[in-house]
Design a protein around this ligand. Structure first.
Ligand code: ADP
Length: 241
């Protein structure tokens, strides 16, 4: 599913936080929104997710105006930094939740749901923890459950907000590998927010560098490293995360 962000502007009471943003994200592409804190990355991701409205401009999925698509046609999965798992549910129930709450006529039967959950648990290698509760898992394991849960509804678009931000370096590295493997297998269109250059460059096909609600540069990691388009990009890249 391709995503067309067409001249999107967003005002909050404090003023414009996104100004005339245009990005075309190809189907199956992973794009990182990279930039310092307050540059508008999360707001843009939330607009793509439909969690926030935009003040002007257009958002299209597959050429169709998003406001005219229902939730199922939008087919968006979301992964938050803080996992947002249900504490009172086991790993298994957390992952199956999205399927269990579908309207009756769209809900798969129990057997199909169980098979799907087992397949996802296998993918993220957490089968042995299926009956544990979130409080009994490490941060990396929780985020793998969150990834599996967001993939259970087979989203065509996966949005991730600083998905590995709360984790230590080694676990972050491991989860990047997970994300790439899952993408290889499932081929979703992915957009993720990060302020970590290494993460953006390693995971994304293209990186969007944002600053104060504007785009400084869009390019492949190699383009950005080899040909920083603006002074800001050069300075940003030279700073250690
Ligand atoms: P980033 O993700 O790059 O850190 P954000 O998108 O979270 O940036 O925020 C961009 C700007 O918008 C910031 O100045 C922030 O304070 C402001 N902002 C974000 N959400 C709201 C809101 N709900 N109401 C008012 N201002 C907001």
């Amino acid at each position: 599913m391709n995503i067309e962000i067409d001249k999107i502007t967003k005002f909050f009471d404090c003023g414009a936080v996104l100004t005339n943003i245009s990005i075309y994200i190809k189907s199956g592409e992973i794009v990182a929104l990279l930039g310092p804190s307050g540059s508008g990355k999360t707001t843009l991701l939330r607009i793509i997710a439909g969690l926030e409205s935009h003040s002007s401009g257009y958002l299209r999925f597959y050429g169709k105006d998003v406001s005219k698509l229902n939730a199922r046609d939008r087919s968006v999965g979301f992964v938050f930094q803080n996992y947002a798992l249900f504490r009172h549910m086991t790993v298994l129930d957390n992952i199956s939740f999205g399927m269990r709450v579908l309207p009756r006529h769209k809900r798969p039967n129990k057997q199909v749901i169980n098979n799907k959950v087992m397949q996802l648990l296998n993918m993220v290698q957490l089968k042995h923890l299926a009956y544990r509760y979130p409080s009994q898992l490490s941060g990396g394991q929780k985020q793998r459950v969150a990834l599996a849960r967001s993939l259970a509804i087979e989203p065509k678009i996966l949005l991730l907000d600083e998905p590995f931000g709360a984790l230590d370096v080694q676990v972050r590295k491991e989860l990047r590998r997970w994300l790439r493997n899952l993408h290889h297998e499932l081929k979703f269109t992915g957009v993720f927010v990060t302020h970590d250059q290494e993460e953006a460059m390693e995971v994304a096909h293209r990186v969007v560098i944002m600053n104060c609600g504007n785009i400084e540069q869009i390019g492949t990691p190699q383009d950005i490293w080899c040909m920083p388009a603006t002074r800001f990009v050069l300075k940003f890249l030279s700073e250690v995360n």
